[in-house]
Design a protein around this ligand. Sequence first.
Ligand code: XIL
Length: 376
Amino acid sequence: MAPVDRRAVLAGAVAATLAPRPAPAAGACPAAPVRPSLATLASQRGILFGMGLTASALQQLPRLRAVALAESGMLVPGIELKWAQVEPQPGRFDFAPADRILDEARQAGLKARGHALLWHEALPAEVAQTRSPAAMAALVRTHIRTVCARYAGLLHSWDVVNEAIEPGPDRPQGLRRTPFFEALGEGYIDRAFALAAEADASAILTLNEYDLELDTPWHASRRAAMLELLNRLVRRNVPVRALGIQGHLAPGRPGVLKPEIFAAFLRDVASLGLTIFITEFDVVDRDLPAPVPQRDAAAAQAARDYLAVALAEPAVTALVTWGVSDADNWVDGNDQFRRRDGLPARPNPYDDAYCPKPLRGAIADALRAAPDRRVR
Ligand code: XIL
């Protein structure tokens, strides 16, 4: 879209002093940040609001950076702390891209969270192919110790294990057959949390997961597996302190958000003494209508419905969006989630011209409506 000509905008404003302000032309967004920011609205309820982004977007898209810094209380590296990025070959570490985001957060006085120590995707080939328990244990030990020690004391929280659940007929515990699981069994989770706790005593150690919210049998089996796993971990005194719920909404796909089902799950998790974070919130618009006004309205409605339930649970204390502006979104890079009509995805609170979208309004309204965690 064409850049905004600020002089033309000002001239228009002068001409319109006696008339009602004309609606801004498409692409003409307020240059000043929207106030109060999402971080401010969240903090007024005792909630931490953050945004996930990448080091390259931060560097190459100054307007994205400005929005992220204006809206967030926390930044999350979207890819830079995944194993393949931070340790591309066993024993060879590259912290530079992650540091760019974490330094930016520190300079702006924002918190930061780590994502993710163990995940079955974004693994170096050597790790993915390792089957020997001793060799895998050594790889995991070096990885977690080194990465956690590097950022010890600096992070709000760490996703220690990401996407551990994947029920199936041959999987009595509902655990995903990751390379870690194949080599070490369920104990890989205990080990990962213990190593992270040893290296960083202050980050809130989190188990992060998706597809836990809807009324389908698939989501129900994932919820059951997750609750059973959390129960076992808590019973074994594994230092897991939070459940991260990714929160990639996908309205139009099978399944309905039944508030009582989602709320009961959140309650069950909270009753184990755990905190809950919504860690990767966005709206995958693959199955929404093409026209932008309808698409954005439907995405905002899905967000309203979801956040009304999620933020009503006082154990939910952080909300992170998995992006800032549609100009840089992960959905278009994902075969499963990109639109079939070829239109660019619109999953984020700001559009590709950095205008706040109805989704941003839905998040703001949900934060305003949330019960205050500070008075308990
Ligand atoms: C995505 C990133 O946003 C993309 O840039 C990358 O290409 C693939 O991974 N669940 C997760 C995130 O836990 O790590 C994923 O992030 C999105 C799904």
